[in-house]
Design a protein around this ligand. Sequence first.
Ligand SMILES: [Zn+2]
Length: 345
Amino acid sequence: MTRLALAFDLGGTELRGALVESGGGVVAQVSAPTMAIAGSDAVIGQIIALAGALLTQRPQADVAGIGIGAPGPLDPKAGIVIAPPTLAGWHDVPLIDILGKHFGLPVRLENDANAAALGEWRFGAGRGSGSLVFVTVSTGIGGGVVADGHIYHGRRGLAAEIGHMTITGEGDRCFCGAVGCFEAVASGTALGRRATALTTPGDGSLLRRLSADGDVSARHVVEAARADDISALELIEAEAKWLGIGFTNLLHLYSPDLIVMGGGLANGFDLLAPTIRATVEQRAMPAYRDVPIVPAQLGDRAGLIGAASLILWEGEPGAPLAMAQDEDNKDGATECAGARETSHG
Ligand SMILES: [Zn+2]
């Protein structure tokens, strides 16, 4: 029987749980709308109920522990959720202690964006790399940084708040209060806002027809661009330029082996990629220009799978670096690899 982890992705609107096996496969999944205004006791009760539902589906499961991705700020080492803006009544909640006592299992906690970065690194688009930056572009922009085989936490676990790096001196105000944040100009919300401002209800444009004359969303822009709508293609180009500027900063700061782009706007990655690439080549210093920028592979399960890996990956620190070296060796010893494949086939 394979080892499994119970994994939870605690969001402000949805609480999702899964049983994940050590290869990253999800064997059972459940979800519930988060009781976000009911306080921490109610939500912890939901986590316990979902765990019960999962274990009922797999009564024989050999569960090694519980991994949780939760909104920051949080202290991953102490296992404390400090004060997430999307969850009312959570103040310094010792989530690891509470769940550890209830289940009698090891519990690990990680910021939700970092958990998604771990998922893509260990089981998705970043497999085998030593360093990567994961960027999620949807309502906002968030991310996680894997540096030299470890999540980069920084002081109080607050590192890599990449949505709030300043990339311009003007434009709409970010919800954080500043002007010119990456998120304020390059999120899916910002793209939708630009598309809405460019058109008017009833103007007959494809963007407004897709939105039924309501506000235009990033999804509508991608859809219209796929139909070769000129306005939408221009909006996509402007969006990709902002993303390219932000990604150039990330290349210079972290020198990752690759950048992985996830979130809702990754659905339009193929449309955005050429201008992102051109912007990086224009702005990055030469040594950084050949770094791959790729779409995420795990979709909205990255956070769950990454949370599970907090348990399942334990005891193998540095394994991804070793994997990267193995890859190098394989390239240098094709005959051996070929022979191995033949003997297995
Ligand atoms: Zn901001």
